[in-house]
Design a protein around this ligand. Structure first.
Ligand SMILES: NC(=O)c1ccc[n+]([C@@H]2O[C@H](COP(=O)([O-])OP(=O)(O)OC[C@H]3O[C@@H](n4cnc5c(N)ncnc54)[C@H](OP(=O)(O)O)[C@@H]3O)[C@@H](O)[C@H]2O)c1
Length: 270
């Protein structure tokens, strides 16, 4: 499943964070297939270089690799310098990680890192590129959140809280940037077949509900952005569940499911 992205509105360059794997990698593919040049950002340089060469060869686009840890202070200045000469019309703020576990097992270092990567980095990208895009009067920003984060995710309490911030930020900027001609969409995926699932101890083959393909998630996000929808929950079943199940029930179901996982059932440090 592939979305076509309007290169006049969103080109000539797009920047994708977390492009080395999973959903971000799929975004890069579909954007490059739409003849938009790509800036690929993540920490694993070799994966980014290989992807960039493949996209240039396959779709005839230019690429630029930026190795950056988005949880580190000052990352946005490096990104700003490395892209100062490019006309970026599309920013996909996707990088993130999942750290399932009992809240009382977390340490303060992890709490800070998660907030910097999964909340502050989105805001810093939105500030830098939002200024440029609104001045330019066209383009788009897509924020990847997480389904259910806004209603509380047991055993993902802190990650969910950070993603709830991303959703709120994106929805607010959707309205703020609309009169400036800049489209903003939040994409909160449910379970998606990427390396993230292994961190939960899930085997996609034995899950009660089949996880979505990363390509479908990216494609639904890009289609939503193309018509400036404020939020797109990818996957029909996810949308149905979201509409029908009360959030209290979803929370207790999630708690029961996660509690059985080995990573979660270990005792808290004293
Ligand atoms: N898969 C799911 O079921 C699911 C569900 C809900 C939400 N999401 C969200 O979807 C987004 C993409 O996740 P995914 O499932 O595609 O996972 P993934 O395959 O593990 O990809 C995560 C990407 O983020 C990058 N990243 C992680 N930490 C980073 C850091 N400190 N600095 C820079 N880049 C970093 C990784 O690159 P490097 O390791 O090379 O840095 C990688 O490219 C995330 O925001 C995630 O929270 C996923």
């Amino acid at each position: 499943m592939q979305a076509r992205v309007d290169s006049k509105r969103f080109g000539p360059w797009a920047l994708i964070t977390g492009a080395s794997s999973g959903i971000g990698r799929e975004f890069a593919h579909q954007i490059a297939a739409s003849k938009i040049n790509v800036v690929l950002v993540a920490r694993r340089q070799a994966l980014l270089e290989t992807l960039g060469s493949e996209l240039s060869r396959k779709f005839g686009v230019q690429h630029r690799v930026i190795v950056s840890d988005l949880s580190k202070e000052g990352f946005v200045d490096e990104l700003a310098n490395a892209t100062a000469d490019l006309d970026i019309g599309l920013v996909i703020s996707n990088a993130g990680s999942a750290n399932p576990g009992r809240f009382t097992n977390k340490d303060r270092e992890e709490l800070g890192m998660t907030l910097r990567l999964s909340a502050l980095a989105h805001a810093e990208l939105a500030l830098h590129f939002g200024r440029k895009l609104t001045k330019r009067g066209s383009g788009g920003l897509l924020f990847v959140g997480a389904m259910g984060a806004d209603t509380g995710a047991p055993f993902m309490a802190h990650d969910g809280g950070a993603k709830a911030y991303v959703q709120s930020l994106g929805l607010a900027l959707h309205e703020e940037f609309k009169p400036k001609g800049v489209y903003v969409t939040v994409l909160p995926p449910g379970p998606t077949a990427t390396p993230t699932l292994a961190k939960f101890g899930f085997d996609p083959k034995t899950m009660p509900m089949k996880p979505l393909d990363a390509a479908q998630v990216a494609s639904e996000g890009l289609r939503g952005l193309s018509t400036n929808r404020p939020i797109v929950i990818p996957g029909r079943m996810n949308r149905i569940m979201r509409a029908l199940l009360p959030s209290s029930l979803t929370r207790s179901m999630l708690a029961k499911m996660f509690e059985k996982m080995p990573a979660i059932s270990k005792p808290s440090p004293q």
